[in-house]
Design a protein around this ligand. Structure first.
Ligand code: SF4
Length: 355
């Protein structure tokens, strides 16, 4: 029996219905997610998961999910998961005809840059990013006029137009490696000021900063972290380098999302708090049920625009297609490919404890 037969009945809201067959085929998924999704919510998610997993095969599609997507997406329908760098690499490797990017718009653009011949879909075109919105291609051209011959490193959280004005891209996982790879004693680093400061603290290269911030990570405070320590003296605090410097100074470990996940897997702390977007803790907690995750919740409103009903609609209607103007795409692709060519042979700057 196919999932369309299984989910053919409509629920009250017009979506696929929760039938005994849906319950049966999604039971193995729920058994993994029961610690992070209440049982009462499963009949809402399960019909969409069954329908999406069927239609993605029909469409020869692959679903890529960022670590900040909700568990029903991350563990329920995604084929490939990870941070921005991992998704960029996986997008380059896939032989699927269609890529559905469950993340924000710059990630979908990056997937399209690397896979110009594939159809790249994003379930909600409004899924943006405060960092990407903080800088334009015109701003980069002005920086180049102000600092002639200084190379420009762009965090992947930028539009394709900004990448096209840049020499090379980086992620939070490889920012230090990228900055040092250029052989220059000065670089322009944009747009995340705090990640730039974190990199600058670890290198002799002079880093010229832009004042862009992530609206999720900039909300954390050092005082919050001190309260966690008072409440849980044995807690290990992991923080993302997009957090302000005083927050990073209170952390036991600073790392990209992939760096944090790797650290938890390696060290298996008894109790941990991840100072980053809150779905990440849920997704990692599924893998490590023996660890006590304290979960402060700063949600990314852009990431949360992606939902199961929108993913299903995206695959049914083959929308929203992400396109990049060819001239921009060519130059942006070169900046991304220079980053990918560096590979992962050097260490993640986030793999260093700083406390
Ligand atoms: S978490 Fe921050 S950096 Fe990531 S998409 Fe949201 S606003 Fe952008």
């Amino acid at each position: 029996m196919s999932a369309s037969q299984i989910t053919g009945l409509s629920s009250d809201n017009g979506g696929p219905a929760y039938t005994p067959e849906v319950a049966r085929i999604t039971a193995p998924i729920y058994s993994r997610l029961s610690s992070v999704i209440p049982e009462i919510e499963w009949p809402v998610h399960a019909p969409y998961i069954a329908a999406i997993n069927e239609i993605k095969c029909e469409r020869k599609a692959v679903i890529l999910s960022h670590n900040y997507q909700t568990p029903e997406i991350f563990h329920g329908v995604a084929d490939l998961t990870g941070d921005s760098l991992a998704l960029a690499r996986e997008a380059a490797k896939t032989d699927a005809e269609v890529i559905v990017l469950c993340g924000v718009h710059f990630m979908a653009e990056t997937a399209k840059l690397i896979n110009p011949e594939k159809t790249v879909l994003i379930p909600d075109l409004e899924a943006g990013c405060s960092l990407a919105a903080s800088i334009t291609a015109g701003d980069v051209r002005l920086l180049r006029e102000r600092y002639p011959a200084v190379p420009v490193v762009s965090y992947v959280n930028t539009s394709a137009a900004v990448k096209a004005e840049s020499d090379i891209c980086c992620t939070s996982a490889n920012a230090l490696e990228v900055v040092e790879s250029l052989g220059s004693d000065r670089v322009i680093f944009l747009p995340d000021e705090y990640l730039g400061r974190y990199v600058a603290a670890q290198t002799r290269v002079e880093v010229i900063l832009w004042r862009g911030h992530c609206e999720v990570h900039e909300r954390f405070t050092a005082e919050e972290l001190r309260v966690f320590r008072q409440q849980y003296p044995d807690i290990e605090i992991l923080a993302h380098p997009e957090c302000p410097p005083d927050v990073l100074a209170e952390a036991d470990f600073v790392g990209s999302t992939s760096g944090m996940i790797h650290h938890v897997g390696e060290t298996r702390p008894r109790r941990v708090v991840m100072i980053t977007e809150c779905s990440m803790s849920d997704n990692v907690a599924v893998e490590y049920p023996e660890i006590d995750f304290i979960r402060p919740c700063n949600l990314c409103p852009h990431m949360k625009k992606i939902t199961l009903p929108k993913i299903l609609h995206s695959l049914e209607s083959m929308t929203h297609r992400v396109e990049v103007e060819p001239g921009v795409a060519q130059r942006a692709r070169e900046a991304v490919e220079r980053m990918l060519a560096l590979g992962s042979k050097k260490k993640d700057p986030g793999s260093q404890g700083i406390a």
